[in-house]
Design a protein around this ligand. Structure first.
Ligand code: FMN
Length: 561
């Protein structure tokens, strides 16, 4: 809804929203799990009784509500066609299609045998999709990751489409490309699918969408029908909106002296809160003063009466409790507030760590507490804007210019509610003779950081270090065999580099044998395939037990794709 709020009606009609990935068996079997993750009606959703044909007969609530949350795709992970079908049937009255996520690369998916760990079982994939295709009143779609070669990926895509998937979303990364090994998505694979699948195949491209401009670049490079964005959209919910024409910016959109602009975080935060008030809490949002721009009356900035003055002056010294006795809410919209805000405010809070600490300690059920965080953010941004004008833009040039960034300042990685600041490893200063200038090095994120960097009050993407940078930093290390393989591949890649290079992201590295430092304590490199759960030959692969009431199956714990 927040993303939609930035779009004109005709643009909105082209935007599909996906739910987070739900575990099909839990969704089917456990009412508590369904209620905690999907709120289509005010009462818990149950199988539609035979005499109730119109789901609207139940009072509709949030998810999939035709008034503001359509088109919506409900996404599942699954490894059993019957469970998947029953789960999909429960969701079907409230959405436009059901998506099967075959892209989740996380350990939990490996243990549970779903997501990208079904790749080796193309027969099961066919059955899962085909069962929905034959029995569901709405379309089934699927999301895959690429395989080792273009030809294998094409065969995989054909299987998925042959089973009845109406839309094929392709994440241009392999299963191994996660965490420090995420790297850059390979749009060349998506282009290959476009050129080798029937013309009427609907393909969505996923990966490398960091900014609005990447959407057009991706569509052009891949020939896809649409792009899917996850992290870019979380960091900048206005990513799908065309920037306003120069000179016609509203207060919400800021334009820098260097011509680079973007939506202000306080503006987005306000919109988010207003949606929560209106739709989740079903109450009027608070009256807000016009969003501050330089030249406005500044007296409110000195007025401490309406806010908690302790916080404005610097880091909190004592544990601040903002919850006012608020109970923890089970609403998914409430429990998602902090992860959403940490993602949105990532660059802001890495500078204003006092506000990060307050946010971390605020119970999300305490909406008044979250409003106080908004107030602090607004005040800090107002001061940032005033300083920028007062110094003729120098306040940002001196403090934040990308070319002056030191090692260890840029890349930030989220881990649930905690914010870890990871170091970035580009060499400082100009490249020496014989070295690749990081700005032009396809295995360096420097150029991407430079293209995306905005002042801390503007929504902007999180740029993760590329594998080479993580290797240099020592976060991961490479086996000898892999090292050799990579050297050979590198020589080959350089020759092929002219293919379809995206502007903000350029190359990809296959890293099947790179081990993470944490896992590699015994120095052994484990082949990923060896880690796949084994079939007991009688009942197939058994899923470990899951606690349906534990939160997290849709949060960062289950980071998927
Ligand atoms: C925190 C997080 C949660 C994710 N959850 C899902 C998910 O539930 N379903 C899914 O298909 N992909 C999920 N993904 C993966 C993204 O959809 C996407 O494939 C991947 O992040 C690359 O695209 P992006 O650059 O647009 O983020 C998740 C990614 C992140 C970072």
């Amino acid at each position: 809804m927040l993303t939609r709020s930035f779009l004109a009606p005709e643009e909105n009609a082209k935007l599909l929203a996906y739910t987070p990935m739900f575990h099909a068996r839990l969704f089917e079997e456990t009412a508590k799990y369904r209620d905690a993750h999907f709120q289509a009606t005010k009462e818990p959703i149950e199988p539609i009784e035979p005499n109730v044909t119109d789901p609207a007969a139940r009072s509709l609530y949030l998810d999939g509500n035709p008034k503001f949350d359509r088109p919506l795709l409900v996404q599942f992970c699954a490894n059993d066609p019957e469970h998947l079908l029953r789960a999909a049937q429960l969701a079907a009255p409230y959405c436009d299609a059901v998506d099967l996520n075959l892209g989740c690369p996380q350990g939990i998916a490996r243990k549970g045998h779903y997501g990208a760990f079904l790749q080796e079982d193309q027969e099961l994939i066919f059955k899962l999709i085909n069962t929905l295709h034959k029995n569901l009143p709405i379309p089934v779609t699927a999301k895959i990751r690429i395989l080792d070669s273009k030809e294998e990926t094409l065969a995989y895509a054909k299987n998925v489409l042959g089973a009845g998937a109406s839309i094929l979303t392709v994440h241009g990364r392999r299963r191994e490309q996660k965490g420090h090994l995420t790297g850059v998505a390979d749009w060349g694979y998506i282009r290959y699918l476009r050129e080798n699948l029937p013309k009427d195949t609907v393909i969505f491209a996923n990966g490398n969408i960091l900014q609005h401009g990447d959407i057009e670049r991706c569509l052009e490079a891949t020939g896809a029908d649409a792009v899917m964005s996850a992290e870019g959209n979380l960091s900048d919910p206005a990513i799908f909106a065309k920037p306003p024409p120069v000179g016609q910016e509203s207060r919400e959109y800021w334009q820098g002296r260097d011509g680079k602009g973007g939506y202000r975080l306080d503006a987005i935060f306000r919109r988010y809160m207003d949606i929560l008030h209106k739709y989740v809490l079903e109450q009027e949002p608070p009256q807000r003063r016009p969003l501050f721009v330089v030249g406005d009356d500044e007296t409110w900035l000195h007025d401490t009466g309406s806010r908690d003055g302790d916080h404005e002056e610097g880091p909190v010294r004592k544990k601040v409790k903002h919850d006012g006795g608020a109970k923890r809410s089970t609403s998914p919209n409430i429990s998602a507030i902090r992860p959403h805000l940490f993602h949105l405010l990532r660059h802001f809070i890495s500078k204003h760590t006092d506000i990060r600490d307050i946010l971390a300690k605020t119970n999300p059920s305490d909406v008044a507490g979250i409003e106080k965080v908004l107030d602090l953010v607004e005040r800090r941004i107002a001061r940032g804007l005033i300083d920028y004008e007062r110094t003729d833009g120098k306040s940002m040039e001196e403090g934040e210019s990308v070319s002056k960034l030191k090692k260890g300042q840029t890349a930030e990685i989220a881990n649930g509610d905690e914010v870890k600041i990871e170091s970035k490893t580009e060499p400082e200063g100009d490249a020496k003779e014989g070295e690749v200038d990081p700005e032009f090095d396809p295995e360096s994120s420097v150029a991407t950081v430079k293209a995306c960097k905005r002042p801390w009050w503007i929504a902007q993407p999180i740029i993760r270090p590329l594998p080479k940078e993580a290797l240099a930093k020592g976060s991961i290390k490479m086996s000898k065999k892999e090292k050799k393989k990579q050297e050979q591949a590198q020589a080959q890649t350089q020759v092929q580099a002219a293919a379809v290079p995206p502007t903000t992201a350029t190359s990809t590295t296959t890293t099947t044998e790179v081990e993470t430092k944490e896992k590699g304590a015994n120095g052994q490199t484990e082949q990923l395939e060896n880690q796949l759960p084994k079939s007991d030959k009688k009942n197939g692969v058994q899923e470990p037990p899951l606690n349906p009431t534990a939160p997290g199956l849709t949060t960062d714990q289950l980071v998927c794709g």
